[in-house]
Write a protein that binds this ligand. Structure first.
Ligand SMILES: Cc1cc2nc3c(=O)[nH]c(=O)nc-3n(C[C@H](O)[C@H](O)[C@H](O)COP(=O)(O)O)c2cc1C
Length: 325
């Protein structure tokens, strides 16, 4: 399939794997890229720019296809060494960066001067237009369904994607709630040029996370995610567990007075415990409503081949069938 996104990134299929903390290691990024999509290493999971440089080199050993790095700009006072991470990306010859979390304008000159294509993840139309204005090459439009941080506007993709299509000239991918060929074809119909998946790629053979995590996603239904940290205006969609229910109880009790410290135990330092140790009650970890559509653990190649094969059948048979007569 050829779209503006496959052309922009030099990939075979319009499918991107979004950056995911403690999931987006070289193994997953390389597997997605080898299957014809765009794999993405999560920059900040690497403890230092030197570690990121090493992860990029490991990925390059596993694939000769394009892959990207995610740079998430966190809402915290003590910022990570962003200049160092950007330099590691440039030195590593990476040609695609997925930015998220905050306006990437400060980093665009450095990235663009080094021939790097930037796709910025946005949860509303206003930020998507801003991304276009400041010179991003593409947008990942992340609907309310998404795993991770859906923002505070709560607009689902059925509205958000056509709205983005009405406003944007640069290409965008649909993100949040994407799992299969139906997601892809519907996104293309609504004006996107491809799709970005997070949760779906965790439940793959190559995702280097504990089997408990994959099993939890397969077992979960679309009813099993919760929104935490809304009173802190840092809303995160997570899979429910004991720790998450405790956070929600604290949020109900403290209302607008809740502070980060009140829930720190349930949200800080959780990812290695969940993703590496498989301790599923260690705290809150991101997961999308799309878990309800995930019931197997294929390889990335099997997953992407299935999506593309089914998408072609959907377009040529089901959709074409409606208008052929
Ligand atoms: C476990 C997990 C960790 C994530 N970590 C990050 C992250 O560090 N940075 C980021 O930009 N997005 C992160 N995301 C969001 C994904 O990149 C993607 O936008 C989102 O998962 C799309 O929604 P979906 O899960 O419904 O496919 C994370 C998502 C999950 C499920």
């Amino acid at each position: 399939m050829k779209t503006r996104i496959t052309e922009l990134f030099g990939i075979e299929h319009p499918i991107i794997q979004g950056g995911m903390h403690y999931v987006g290691f070289a193994e997953l990024a390389a597997a997605v890229s080898n299957a014809g999509g765009l794999g993405v290493i999560t920059g900040l999971t690497q403890k230092s720019p030197a570690d990121l440089a090493n992860e990029i080199a490991r990925c390059r050993d596993m694939t000769d296809k394009p892959f990207g790095v995610n740079l998430t700009f966190l809402p915290i006072l003590k910022a990570p060494d962003y200049p160092g991470y950007v330099q590691a990306i440039i030195d590593g010859g990476v040609k695609v960066v997925e930015t998220a979390g905050n306006n990437p304008v400060e980093w665009l000159p450095m990235l663009k001067d080094n021939g790097i294509t930037v796709i910025h993840k946005c949860t509303n139309v206003r930020h998507s237009i801003k991304a276009q204005e400041i010179g991003c090459d593409a947008v990942s439009v992340d609907g309310f369904e998404c795993g991770g941080h859906p923002g505070e506007d709560d607009i689902p993709n059925m509205i958000l994607l056509p709205r983005a299509a009405d406003e944007l000239e640069i290409p965008f991918v649909a993100s949040g709630g994407m799992a299969d060929a139906r997601s892809l074809v519907a996104s293309l119909a609504m004006g996107a040029d491809g799709m970005n998946m997070g949760t779906r790629f965790i439940a793959t053979k190559e995702a280097p996370v504990h089997d408990n995590v994959k099993a939890a996603i397969v077992a979960a239904s679309e009813l099993d995610t919760r929104l935490v940290m809304r009173p802190l205006r840092n809303t995160e969609r997570v899979l429910t567990n004991d720790a998450v229910e405790l956070i929600l109880e604290k949020e109900r009790e403290s209302g607008a007075h809740i502070k980060f410290e009140d829930i720190e135990k349930e949200v800080a330092g959780v990812y290695p415990k969940v993703m590496i140790d498989g301790d599923m009650n260690a705290g809150a970890w991101s997961c999308g409503m799309v878990a309800g559509l995930i019931d197997d653990i294929p390889t990335c190649q099997e997953l992407i081949d299935r999506i593309m094969g089914d998408a072609e059948a959907l377009i040529r048979q089901r959709l074409e069938g409606f208008v052929a007569a």
